[in-house]
Design a protein around this ligand. Structure first.
Ligand code: MF3
Ligand code: CO
Ligand code: CO
Length: 271
């Protein structure tokens, strides 16, 4: 993660609107494919084709060594799920977290996008009929995002977002993952600042102020049970954080532009 918080120019913001719209379209498309019998790899391939055919690039591809176009996390997988031959079953909940980039990116020798402008978003989708408990978790996670969103304006601090997310999700009886956070975004998927989903003496001290033309990702990762995670290590060393207690997890994310009023959702496509 680069250290400096960057403010975006009008031209950069326009490119980030394009990236965000494409990411949101791909999220909706991926979500429309979630149904019993499809594999997460099939969804991932479709998302990659979709983003490329719309003139962008799936910038999670090979990022940090990730083997896929999009992170697809099922049930107790919290984030960073690797697309595979796993067939989705009725009742599963499926988080699709993806990024799209547009503009002046180039691909390095691993196929990782360098430069350009990125949009990052996620939602958790039901596979067929899901339990009442699962549906409530998905709704609570989205509500926590919107609680944070309402605090995301110039003059507030990042910790105001964090506190609102935490108060909302904990108020619903859920817990927030601490090991992963939201983040700034721009020419890289991950920029400063970190946007934690909880407050503590450490996150409160020196929490950055929000300025107009910052772009950040707010992304509550919400566990139905305990906040504790355990990592499942894939053969290639990739780690997938899972709930330690095996209960469900959900994730919801948008890329937002800070203004003096209500923030602008960049990962939006009118779906
Ligand atoms: N989309 C993720 C985020 O919200 C980043 C995924 S990194 C990857 O920050 F390497 F796993 F793709
Ligand atoms: Co994401
Ligand atoms: Co993100």
């Amino acid at each position: 993660m680069s250290e400096r918080i960057t403010l975006k120019s009008p031209h950069q913001i326009e490119l980030m609107r394009q990236a965000g719209r494409l990411a949101a379209m791909a999220r909706a498309y991926g979500g429309s494919l979630v149904q019993p019998g499809i594999t997460t790899r099939e969804i991932d391939h479709e998302i990659g084709k979709f983003i490329k055919s719309h003139g962008g690039y799936p910038s999670c591809y090979h990022l940090y060594g990730f083997k896929g176009n999009a992170c697809i996390s099922v049930n107790d997988e919290i984030i960073h799920g690797v697309p595979s031959g796993r067939k989705l079953k009725e009742g599963d909940i499926v988080s699709i977290d993806l990024t799209a980039c547009v503009g002046d990116y180039r691909l390095d020798s691993q196929g990782v996008a360098v430069g350009g402008y990125h949009g990052d978003c996620c939602a958790t989708f039901p596979c067929g009929e899901i339990s009442e408990e699962a549906r409530r978790l998905i709704e609570g996670t989205e509500r926590a995002f919107w609680a944070g969103f309402r605090m995301a304006k110039a003059g507030n601090h990042v910790s105001d977002i964090s506190r609102a997310v935490q108060t909302s999700a904990e108020g619903d009886g859920y817990s927030l993952v601490r090991e992963y956070t939201g983040h700034g975004i721009g020419r890289s998927v991950h920029e400063a600042p970190e946007v934690p989903n909880y407050v503590s003496p450490r996150t409160l001290s020196g929490s950055p102020r929000l300025y107009k033309n910052m772009v950040i990702c707010v992304e509550p990762m919400v566990n139905a049970g305990s906040a504790r995670i355990r990592n499942r290590r894939m053969p290639d060393g990739w780690e997938v954080p899972m709930t330690a207690d095996g209960k469900l997890a959900a994730h919801y994310e948008n890329t937002i532009l800070i203004t003096e009023g209500e923030a602008e959702i960049l990962t939006r496509c009118g779906d």
